[in-house]
Design a protein around this ligand. Sequence first.
Ligand code: ASP
Length: 456
Amino acid sequence: MTRPPDGGPDLKQYGNMKKVVKFGGSSLADAAQFKKVAEIIHADESRVYVIPSAPGKRFSGDTKVTDLLYHMYEEAKEKKDFSKTLQTIKDRYDQIIKGLGLKNFSLDREFDVIEHELLDDPDEDYTASRGEYLNGRIMARYLKYEFIDAQEVIFFYEDGSLNLEKTTFTLRRRLEKVPRAVIPGFYGQGYNMKVKTFSRGGSDITGSIVAGACKADVYENWTDVSGFMVADPRIVSNPVRIETITYRELRELSYMGASVLHEEAIFPVRHEGIPINIRNTNAPDEDGTWIVESTCQKSGYVVTGIAGKKGFCTVLISKAMMNSEIGFGRKVLQAFEENQISFEHMPSGIDTMTIVVHEDEFMDKEQRVVSAIHRLAGPDSVEIESDLALIAVVGRGMKSTRGTAGRIFSALAHAHVNVRMIDQGSSELNIIIGVENEDFETAIRAIYDIFVLTQI
Ligand code: ASP
């Protein structure tokens, strides 16, 4: 058997199968969780690149290390004494190191550097990124994998967006020479060579980037739930798990608030057609959810998932003969653009169009938008309504099933929910329904019941 130079196992016997595995904060919250993670990695030789988050909550009421780091940065920025927070963070890592029995390994020098930076010139992204960096150091040592600092391989543009081209090029070349590695999640290098982080939960994106760059066979995302549920478990008790979902379906659901994976984590793997498998560190035998480009697997129910959000407003614009006025829509949208408001949906009738916006983004600017619509488009009337909740019923199976909309609306009527808006996406992948904020939970339960419970 030919072994790579580091003495690691021969990947050829696994048909060169490569998996990138990302572990979330709760999967790495303490030494016991680290041990579970190592067992998972060792159970499958193809799990070659590991992306750790920072230690998360160990119990409810605990504080995530990333939150402690942000707090410490605030203290340092205001020139307050941050030594207590620093010690709390240090204790968390020391407990992990001790619990793992790592001999001759300490992060003391790393903490000296962090303290020095905070005293000298505190930087928010640098400070927040240390949660992943330090966890990565421990993980690499524990697994005996090479450590690759994300700052050397992940790059951002000046405007803060990811430079995927440079990142992929650099990572690919680097990983060619490294058969197994730990790469901390959540950060990379900004245009000014300083550390730059993604938005919160961004380790998911790092995992996806690494998977895309090394053309992994699978991107496994390990967390504390066994995948995506058909509906939010805080609203529907014990919802069934989604076994397989397409990227497009997931995009619709995460846009509507279903949060297991960072919204932006889909794109790098999607680009390469790599499936994502959401798994549970605390129940590794469960299959979790597969996120794939396309599938002929039927989802079991007509509906793959139901998600929604409260807090929308509608702006209803009416004008007689609107249908024959060229450029009317553009003028209306210009009023929103001028006020830097993005719109979410735009259902339209013959003489009406409705623009759906986020209430909190719109509230302060509403009168400016209304006058801009009058100035630019000259409508007959503009009416604003608030307290709207949107629910997306998403499913690739809807296209080929008769009566889906009928079933949704009869379920809502039976539950005494008044439907205020309907928008069927042109992809026939989703139906969006607007209801009163106060009917939101009832509506989700009613839709879940009709598609899932009555099918069991
Ligand atoms: N540790 C970071 C956060 O708490 C990033 C992550 O966990 O993905 O947001």
